[in-house]
Design a protein around this ligand. Structure first.
Ligand SMILES: C[S@@+](CC[C@H](N)C(=O)[O-])C[C@H]1O[C@@H](n2cnc3c(N)ncnc32)[C@H](O)[C@@H]1O
Length: 288
Protein backbone atom coordinates (compact mmCIF):
# COMPACT_ATOMS: atom_id res chain seq x y z
CA UNK A 1 0.00 0.00 0.00
CA UNK A 2 1.44 3.37 -1.01
CA UNK A 3 1.05 6.17 1.56
CA UNK A 4 -1.20 9.10 0.59
CA UNK A 5 0.70 11.58 -1.57
CA UNK A 6 3.66 9.28 -2.06
CA UNK A 7 4.78 8.34 -5.54
CA UNK A 8 5.12 4.92 -7.13
CA UNK A 9 7.90 2.69 -5.78
CA UNK A 10 11.15 3.09 -7.69
CA UNK A 11 12.54 0.36 -9.96
CA UNK A 12 14.61 -0.70 -6.97
CA UNK A 13 11.42 -1.14 -4.93
CA UNK A 14 11.82 1.86 -2.58
CA UNK A 15 8.86 4.11 -1.78
CA UNK A 16 9.48 7.76 -0.97
CA UNK A 17 6.60 8.93 1.23
CA UNK A 18 5.73 12.60 1.70
CA UNK A 19 7.20 12.38 5.20
CA UNK A 20 10.49 10.94 3.88
CA UNK A 21 10.65 13.60 1.18
CA UNK A 22 10.05 16.40 3.68
CA UNK A 23 12.74 15.01 5.98
CA UNK A 24 15.27 14.81 3.10
CA UNK A 25 14.29 18.30 1.88
CA UNK A 26 14.70 19.68 5.45
CA UNK A 27 18.10 18.02 5.73
CA UNK A 28 19.25 19.44 2.38
CA UNK A 29 18.03 22.92 3.33
CA UNK A 30 19.66 22.90 6.74
CA UNK A 31 23.03 21.55 5.61
CA UNK A 32 23.47 22.78 2.04
CA UNK A 33 20.92 25.61 1.66
CA UNK A 34 19.14 23.65 -1.09
CA UNK A 35 15.49 24.59 -1.52
CA UNK A 36 13.43 21.67 -2.87
CA UNK A 37 9.72 22.01 -3.62
CA UNK A 38 7.51 18.92 -3.87
CA UNK A 39 7.93 19.03 -7.66
CA UNK A 40 11.43 17.61 -7.01
CA UNK A 41 10.00 14.47 -5.45
CA UNK A 42 10.28 12.20 -8.51
CA UNK A 43 13.87 13.35 -9.04
CA UNK A 44 14.79 12.74 -5.40
CA UNK A 45 13.12 9.34 -5.43
CA UNK A 46 14.86 8.19 -8.62
CA UNK A 47 18.33 9.52 -7.76
CA UNK A 48 18.42 8.36 -4.16
CA UNK A 49 16.96 4.91 -4.79
CA UNK A 50 20.14 3.79 -6.57
CA UNK A 51 22.19 5.09 -3.67
CA UNK A 52 20.04 3.22 -1.14
CA UNK A 53 20.54 -0.01 -3.06
CA UNK A 54 24.30 0.53 -3.36
CA UNK A 55 24.58 1.22 0.35
CA UNK A 56 22.34 -1.75 1.28
CA UNK A 57 19.93 0.55 3.07
CA UNK A 58 16.42 -0.88 3.28
CA UNK A 59 14.32 2.30 3.22
CA UNK A 60 14.50 6.11 3.16
CA UNK A 61 14.03 6.37 6.93
CA UNK A 62 17.16 4.30 7.57
CA UNK A 63 18.99 6.37 4.96
CA UNK A 64 18.10 9.54 6.90
CA UNK A 65 19.29 7.93 10.14
CA UNK A 66 22.57 7.22 8.41
CA UNK A 67 22.83 10.84 7.19
CA UNK A 68 22.20 12.10 10.72
CA UNK A 69 24.55 9.59 12.31
CA UNK A 70 28.25 9.82 13.13
CA UNK A 71 30.91 9.75 10.37
CA UNK A 72 28.31 10.62 7.76
CA UNK A 73 30.41 13.25 5.94
CA UNK A 74 30.93 11.10 2.86
CA UNK A 75 27.27 10.13 2.61
CA UNK A 76 26.25 13.78 3.02
CA UNK A 77 28.45 14.93 0.16
CA UNK A 78 27.16 12.07 -1.98
CA UNK A 79 23.60 13.26 -1.24
CA UNK A 80 24.54 16.79 -2.29
CA UNK A 81 26.07 15.51 -5.55
CA UNK A 82 22.90 13.55 -6.28
CA UNK A 83 20.64 16.55 -5.66
CA UNK A 84 22.65 19.13 -7.60
CA UNK A 85 24.57 19.23 -10.85
CA UNK A 86 28.29 19.85 -11.21
CA UNK A 87 27.96 20.81 -14.87
CA UNK A 88 30.55 23.39 -15.85
CA UNK A 89 32.95 24.07 -18.71
CA UNK A 90 35.79 26.33 -19.77
CA UNK A 91 34.71 29.85 -20.84
CA UNK A 92 31.10 29.23 -19.76
CA UNK A 93 28.95 32.37 -20.20
CA UNK A 94 31.81 34.01 -22.09
CA UNK A 95 30.51 37.60 -21.78
CA UNK A 96 31.62 37.61 -18.12
CA UNK A 97 35.16 36.68 -19.12
CA UNK A 98 35.10 39.45 -21.72
CA UNK A 99 34.15 41.95 -18.98
CA UNK A 100 36.87 40.48 -16.78
CA UNK A 101 39.47 40.86 -19.56
CA UNK A 102 38.45 44.32 -20.72
CA UNK A 103 37.13 46.13 -17.64
CA UNK A 104 38.46 44.37 -14.57
CA UNK A 105 41.89 42.83 -15.17
CA UNK A 106 43.80 45.84 -16.54
CA UNK A 107 43.32 47.67 -13.22
CA UNK A 108 43.99 44.57 -11.14
CA UNK A 109 47.18 43.70 -13.02
CA UNK A 110 48.36 47.28 -12.53
CA UNK A 111 47.56 46.99 -8.82
CA UNK A 112 49.55 43.74 -8.57
CA UNK A 113 52.49 45.20 -10.52
CA UNK A 114 52.49 48.12 -8.10
CA UNK A 115 52.92 45.70 -5.19
CA UNK A 116 49.22 45.34 -4.30
CA UNK A 117 47.40 42.20 -3.25
CA UNK A 118 44.80 40.89 -5.72
CA UNK A 119 42.32 38.10 -5.01
CA UNK A 120 39.63 36.61 -7.25
CA UNK A 121 37.20 33.99 -5.95
CA UNK A 122 35.36 31.35 -7.94
CA UNK A 123 32.67 30.36 -5.40
CA UNK A 124 30.97 27.07 -6.30
CA UNK A 125 33.70 26.26 -8.82
CA UNK A 126 32.74 22.60 -9.35
CA UNK A 127 35.63 20.78 -11.10
CA UNK A 128 37.57 23.98 -11.76
CA UNK A 129 37.16 25.15 -15.38
CA UNK A 130 35.92 28.55 -14.15
CA UNK A 131 39.08 29.46 -12.15
CA UNK A 132 41.31 27.90 -14.83
CA UNK A 133 39.57 30.09 -17.44
CA UNK A 134 40.41 33.15 -15.32
CA UNK A 135 44.02 31.99 -14.93
CA UNK A 136 44.41 31.54 -18.72
CA UNK A 137 43.11 35.04 -19.41
CA UNK A 138 45.31 36.58 -16.71
CA UNK A 139 48.41 34.77 -18.04
CA UNK A 140 47.63 35.83 -21.59
CA UNK A 141 47.58 39.47 -20.41
CA UNK A 142 50.50 39.25 -18.00
CA UNK A 143 52.82 36.25 -18.59
CA UNK A 144 54.92 37.10 -15.51
CA UNK A 145 51.91 37.27 -13.19
CA UNK A 146 53.53 34.58 -10.99
CA UNK A 147 55.94 37.25 -9.71
CA UNK A 148 53.10 39.22 -8.13
CA UNK A 149 50.65 38.72 -5.28
CA UNK A 150 47.76 37.82 -7.58
CA UNK A 151 45.83 34.68 -6.58
CA UNK A 152 42.61 32.88 -7.42
CA UNK A 153 40.59 30.91 -4.89
CA UNK A 154 38.30 28.10 -6.10
CA UNK A 155 35.84 26.62 -3.60
CA UNK A 156 32.95 24.17 -3.63
CA UNK A 157 30.90 22.38 -1.00
CA UNK A 158 31.50 19.01 -2.68
CA UNK A 159 34.87 17.49 -1.68
CA UNK A 160 34.87 15.19 -4.73
CA UNK A 161 34.81 18.02 -7.26
CA UNK A 162 37.43 19.92 -5.25
CA UNK A 163 39.65 16.85 -5.42
CA UNK A 164 39.14 16.75 -9.19
CA UNK A 165 39.97 20.46 -9.51
CA UNK A 166 43.19 19.98 -7.51
CA UNK A 167 44.23 17.13 -9.81
CA UNK A 168 43.47 19.49 -12.77
CA UNK A 169 43.36 16.74 -15.40
CA UNK A 170 40.68 17.45 -17.99
CA UNK A 171 39.56 15.19 -20.82
CA UNK A 172 40.47 16.23 -24.36
CA UNK A 173 36.87 17.08 -25.32
CA UNK A 174 36.69 19.60 -22.43
CA UNK A 175 40.05 21.13 -23.37
CA UNK A 176 38.71 21.44 -26.93
CA UNK A 177 36.16 23.99 -25.62
CA UNK A 178 38.96 26.48 -24.89
CA UNK A 179 38.93 29.18 -27.61
CA UNK A 180 41.83 29.03 -30.05
CA UNK A 181 43.39 32.29 -28.83
CA UNK A 182 44.00 30.66 -25.44
CA UNK A 183 45.12 27.31 -26.82
CA UNK A 184 48.76 28.33 -26.55
CA UNK A 185 48.44 26.91 -23.02
CA UNK A 186 47.34 23.53 -24.28
CA UNK A 187 50.63 22.41 -25.90
CA UNK A 188 52.30 23.35 -22.63
CA UNK A 189 50.06 20.95 -20.75
CA UNK A 190 51.91 18.26 -18.90
CA UNK A 191 52.18 14.83 -20.57
CA UNK A 192 49.58 13.34 -18.24
CA UNK A 193 46.99 15.91 -19.41
CA UNK A 194 47.26 18.14 -16.33
CA UNK A 195 46.81 21.87 -16.67
CA UNK A 196 50.20 23.64 -16.82
CA UNK A 197 52.00 24.37 -13.57
CA UNK A 198 52.00 28.16 -14.08
CA UNK A 199 48.19 28.13 -14.11
CA UNK A 200 47.88 25.65 -11.24
CA UNK A 201 50.17 27.64 -8.99
CA UNK A 202 47.87 30.68 -9.19
CA UNK A 203 44.86 28.79 -7.85
CA UNK A 204 44.12 27.40 -4.40
CA UNK A 205 41.18 24.99 -4.18
CA UNK A 206 39.24 24.21 -1.03
CA UNK A 207 35.94 22.94 0.34
CA UNK A 208 33.58 25.69 1.50
CA UNK A 209 29.84 25.79 2.17
CA UNK A 210 28.48 29.17 1.06
CA UNK A 211 25.63 29.14 3.57
CA UNK A 212 28.10 29.12 6.46
CA UNK A 213 30.07 32.23 7.59
CA UNK A 214 33.07 32.83 5.30
CA UNK A 215 36.43 32.20 6.99
CA UNK A 216 38.42 34.93 5.17
CA UNK A 217 40.27 37.86 6.69
CA UNK A 218 41.05 39.73 3.47
CA UNK A 219 38.66 40.95 0.78
CA UNK A 220 38.28 40.05 -2.87
CA UNK A 221 38.60 42.17 -6.00
CA UNK A 222 36.18 40.01 -7.98
CA UNK A 223 33.86 37.13 -7.11
CA UNK A 224 32.28 34.70 -9.56
CA UNK A 225 29.36 32.77 -8.10
CA UNK A 226 27.51 31.44 -11.08
CA UNK A 227 24.85 28.74 -11.33
CA UNK A 228 25.05 27.98 -7.61
CA UNK A 229 22.43 30.24 -5.98
CA UNK A 230 19.75 28.75 -8.25
CA UNK A 231 19.56 25.97 -5.67
CA UNK A 232 18.82 28.41 -2.83
CA UNK A 233 15.52 30.04 -1.84
CA UNK A 234 15.25 33.86 -1.84
CA UNK A 235 16.17 34.43 1.87
CA UNK A 236 19.27 32.20 1.50
CA UNK A 237 20.25 33.88 -1.77
CA UNK A 238 19.94 37.30 -0.15
CA UNK A 239 22.17 36.25 2.76
CA UNK A 240 24.78 34.92 0.33
CA UNK A 241 24.65 38.09 -1.84
CA UNK A 242 25.15 40.18 1.30
CA UNK A 243 28.06 38.02 2.43
CA UNK A 244 29.69 38.50 -1.01
CA UNK A 245 29.06 42.23 -0.86
CA UNK A 246 30.82 42.38 2.52
CA UNK A 247 33.72 40.33 1.11
CA UNK A 248 34.36 42.66 -1.84
CA UNK A 249 36.76 45.57 -1.95
CA UNK A 250 35.16 48.88 -3.01
CA UNK A 251 34.94 48.81 -6.81
CA UNK A 252 35.07 44.99 -6.76
CA UNK A 253 32.96 42.94 -9.15
CA UNK A 254 30.39 40.19 -8.54
CA UNK A 255 29.36 37.92 -11.43
CA UNK A 256 26.31 35.67 -11.01
CA UNK A 257 24.67 33.05 -13.26
CA UNK A 258 22.39 33.84 -16.19
CA UNK A 259 19.22 32.70 -14.38
CA UNK A 260 20.09 34.32 -11.03
CA UNK A 261 19.03 37.78 -9.81
CA UNK A 262 20.39 40.15 -7.18
CA UNK A 263 17.93 41.10 -4.44
CA UNK A 264 17.77 42.15 -0.79
CA UNK A 265 20.04 44.41 1.31
CA UNK A 266 23.11 43.76 -0.88
CA UNK A 267 21.41 45.75 -3.66
CA UNK A 268 22.25 48.95 -1.76
CA UNK A 269 25.93 48.40 -2.52
CA UNK A 270 25.97 46.18 -5.58
CA UNK A 271 25.07 48.22 -8.63
CA UNK A 272 24.33 46.55 -11.89
CA UNK A 273 26.99 46.96 -14.56
CA UNK A 274 26.03 44.73 -17.47
CA UNK A 275 24.38 41.33 -17.67
CA UNK A 276 24.36 39.64 -14.23
CA UNK A 277 27.41 41.75 -13.32
CA UNK A 278 27.58 44.00 -10.25
CA UNK A 279 30.09 46.52 -8.92
CA UNK A 280 30.58 47.18 -5.24
CA UNK A 281 29.67 50.83 -4.90
CA UNK A 282 29.15 53.00 -1.77
CA UNK A 283 25.44 53.23 -0.84
CA UNK A 284 23.79 55.85 -3.06
CA UNK A 285 26.69 55.84 -5.54
CA UNK A 286 26.53 54.80 -9.17
CA UNK A 287 28.47 52.03 -10.90
CA UNK A 288 30.63 53.29 -13.77
C1 LIG B 1 26.34 23.94 -11.77
S1 LIG B 1 27.83 23.99 -10.81
C2 LIG B 1 28.44 25.61 -11.26
C3 LIG B 1 29.92 25.61 -11.57
C4 LIG B 1 30.48 26.94 -12.11
N1 LIG B 1 30.28 28.02 -11.17
C5 LIG B 1 29.87 27.27 -13.45
O1 LIG B 1 29.00 28.15 -13.53
O2 LIG B 1 30.24 26.64 -14.43
C6 LIG B 1 27.13 24.27 -9.17
C7 LIG B 1 28.11 23.96 -8.04
O3 LIG B 1 27.60 24.56 -6.84
C8 LIG B 1 28.00 23.74 -5.76
N2 LIG B 1 27.17 24.07 -4.57
C9 LIG B 1 25.87 23.76 -4.34
N3 LIG B 1 25.50 24.18 -3.12
C10 LIG B 1 26.59 24.79 -2.57
C11 LIG B 1 26.84 25.42 -1.32
N4 LIG B 1 25.91 25.52 -0.36
N5 LIG B 1 28.08 25.94 -1.10
C12 LIG B 1 29.05 25.83 -2.05
N6 LIG B 1 28.87 25.24 -3.25
C13 LIG B 1 27.66 24.72 -3.50
C14 LIG B 1 27.79 22.32 -6.29
O4 LIG B 1 28.55 21.38 -5.55
C15 LIG B 1 28.24 22.47 -7.75
O5 LIG B 1 29.58 22.07 -7.94
Amino acid sequence: MIAAGSIEPTQEGFTLTDKDFEAIADFAYKHFGLAMSSSKKPLVSARLARQLRQQNVVNFKDYLDRLNGKNSEQERSKLLSLLTTNVTHFFREPHHFETLRKDVLPGLIEKARGGGRVRIWSAGCSKGPEPFTMAMIIHSMCPDIGKYDFKILGTDIDPQVVQFAKAAKYPADEIAQIPSEYRSFVPKMEPDGRMPANLRSMITFGVLNLIEPFPFKGKFDAIFCRNVAIYFDTPTQQKVWQAFQRSLNPGGYLFIGHSERMSGPAEQHLKTSGITTYIHTPAGGNAQ
